[in-house]
Unconditional design. Structure first.
Length: 565
């Protein structure tokens, strides 16, 4: 696709790339990268970056590398590496043969550090981490030089080599850039370039290294070595850009990528901090990284979100430099719109109430044809068994109608069964506590698929055959937090104080159409009048299928928020 043919919504990053191409910068190349740190699962904020980086590369006939920033082995492992690759692929993107690790460049990074030392632009410092912070100063006060800043080049080279050889303990020494302790930008006050990390096996390099580079040093060099043209990152790295440029300006390297910052995704009713997501997992507030309440790509996938709906969401929110907070309803509407068109309809009774059709033959079974989609005939029909004993939803019956808007079944009243007959409630059976346990009804054999003249039956309810129904567990997932900005509320000690206690309701006595026994991993349906649901292959067992609610049919939270305001 040529740049002139790009039809996706434009943004300031695309404008910058267009200008670069007009003047022949980078020889007309466009090369981006997605550089995740493998210390957790990707979340929907990363999905925005994935869609941006891979999308730009695709639209401009460029390339996008997948590069793991694996410079902190204490928090990284292969599980996270594999999950990230799975998520990028699932979202619909392919890096081809351009899979890289920062650890691929450890030797080159070390050589560049030696070059900086040789030029007198880096030195080995013995200050502790606490002392380094104290010497750095504040936004209002200049920093002061480390007492080790004046070490000779020869001494620094010797100490740095010994650091690599493992002669010093963790924290005993670091390598720092010699820049400007009076800089108004705190990132330029002699930042740390290397630190010592013993006692850990790196998932790519094993025990070869005990000396690991910092992100702000590693990232620009990796970008340059891979000949990236546009290094896209979120706004919190804007203050790091001078250091990005300083590193590349002070080593012998041909390529100098352009760092461009955009606003990160802030999604209401959740948290985007990987540290806080890790806390949720480690403290047991959720079942794991793929818990369907988590904003991780794995969690959204298991909940039933489609890759197309997430890509649509990322396109809708756009790319800007302005920080903003996106309503959860925007994401939920994306999946609603997707599934409204694509999800076949099925009947599921989540709160069962038994109905006995006393005038229906006891052994008779019919196969009724039910439309897979009420507005799309091309999706065809499916067959559903019908017999004397049925289940309807408990909320679809009341002994007396509470108001004129109640169009479901009442004692002595009639209602139509979806795709089936008109039935009338003749008697109510209760247990000794007065709870309704069964309805005795009669059906009109002349009403299948038609409404006899003179009879007015407005209500239509869903049902399943009691004899044939699939018993299942249904999990009603809701928003993980009950506060739109849980980690921004300073009135509570921890963001976990805003966890929504009703974020998961598990129903173990549900009855579904028997055909749902054939549902496979990721199969999505609209359970009529209940919402959109997905088969959960992770939680299901052969004798207990599990279906997750993806999203309700309507945004009930908007109404709640309006009432609260």
């Amino acid at each position: 696709m040529s740049n002139d043919a790009v039809s996706t919504p434009t943004n300031f990053i695309r404008h910058l790339i267009d200008e670069d191409l007009k003047v022949g910068k980078n020889s007309g190349r466009v090369a981006t990268r997605f550089p995740p740190e493998p210390n957790g699962y990707l979340h929907i904020g990363h999905a925005k970056s994935i869609c941006l980086n891979f999308g730009i590369a695709e639209d401009y006939q460029g390339t996008c590398n997948l590069r793991f920033d694996d410079t902190n082995p204490h928090k990284e492992n292969l599980e996270f590496v594999e999950s990230i690759q799975n998520d990028v692929r699932w979202l619909g993107y392919d890096w081809g043969d351009r899979l890289f690790y920062a650890s691929n460049y450890f030797e080159r990074l070390y050589e560049f550090a030696v070059e900086l030392i040789t030029q007198g632009k880096a030195y080995v410092c013995d200050l502790s981490a606490e002392e380094v912070r104290a010497y750095r100063g504040t936004l209002k006060e200049q920093g002061k030089a480390s007492p080790y800043r004046s070490r000779s080049v020869a001494e620094n080279l010797e100490l740095f080599a010994r650091m690599r050889a493992g002669e010093f303990a963790d924290g005993a020494k670091v390598l720092r850039a010699r820049i400007d302790m009076a800089s108004p930008n705190m990132n330029m006050r002699d930042p740390t370039l290397y630190r010592i990390r013993h006692g850990v096996v790196h998932h790519q390099t094993g025990s070869e290294w005990c000396l690991y580079p910092m992100y702000d040093y590693t990232h620009p060099i990796c970008d340059a070595l891979e000949e990236i043209t546009h290094s896209l990152c979120t706004l919190e790295f804007a203050d790091h850009r001078p250091l990005y440029d300083w590193v590349l300006d002070n080593i012998t390297i041909d390529c100098h990528p352009q760092q461009i910052e955009f606003s990160r995704l802030n999604l209401q009713y959740t948290v985007m901090s990987k540290r806080k997501l890790t806390q949720l997992v480690e403290e047991g507030h959720v079942e794991g990284w793929d818990d369907p309440r988590m904003p991780t790509v794995a969690g959204l996938r298991r909940r039933g979100y489609t890759a197309a709906s997430i890509r649509d969401f990322c396109e809708r929110i756009g790319v800007t430099k302005a920080d903003n907070s996106i309503e959860m309803g925007v994401l939920e509407n994306c999946i609603r719109e997707d599934l409204n068109v694509s999800a076949p309809r099925r009947m599921a009774v989540l709160h069962p109430l038994k109905v006995v059709l006393e005038n229906y033959p006891a052994e008779q079974v019919e196969e009724l044809a039910i439309a897979n989609h009420p507005q799309d005939e091309s999706m065809g029909t499916h067959r559903v068994p019908f017999c004397r004993e049925l289940y309807i939803d408990r909320e679809d019956f009341m002994e007396e109608a509470p108001n004129k808007k109640f169009k479901r079944l009442v004692s002595g009243g009639e209602v139509r069964l979806r795709g089936g007959y008109v039935i009338r409630c003749d008697a109510v059976v209760k247990d000794p506590r007065g709870e309704i346990i069964e309805l005795r009804c009669s059906y009109d054999a002349d009403t299948l698929g038609k409404n006899p003249e003179g009879r007015k039956v407005k209500g239509v309810i869903h049902w399943v055959s009691a004899r044939h129904a699939l018993k299942a567990e249904v999990r009603l997932y809701d928003r993980l937090f009950n506060h739109p900005n849980p980690d921004g509320d300073k009135s509570v000690e921890s963001f976990t104080a805003h966890l929504n206690v009703d974020s998961l309701l598990t129903l173990t006595n549900c009855y579904l159409e028997p055909g749902l026994a054939e549902a496979g991993e990721g199969s999505r349906y609209q359970f009529e009048r209940e919402g959109y649901f997905c088969f959960d292959g992770v939680a299901s067992t052969p004798d207990r299928p599990v279906f997750n609610r993806i999203v309700t049919l309507r945004d009930s939270w908007t109404k709640i928020e309006q009432q609260e305001n």
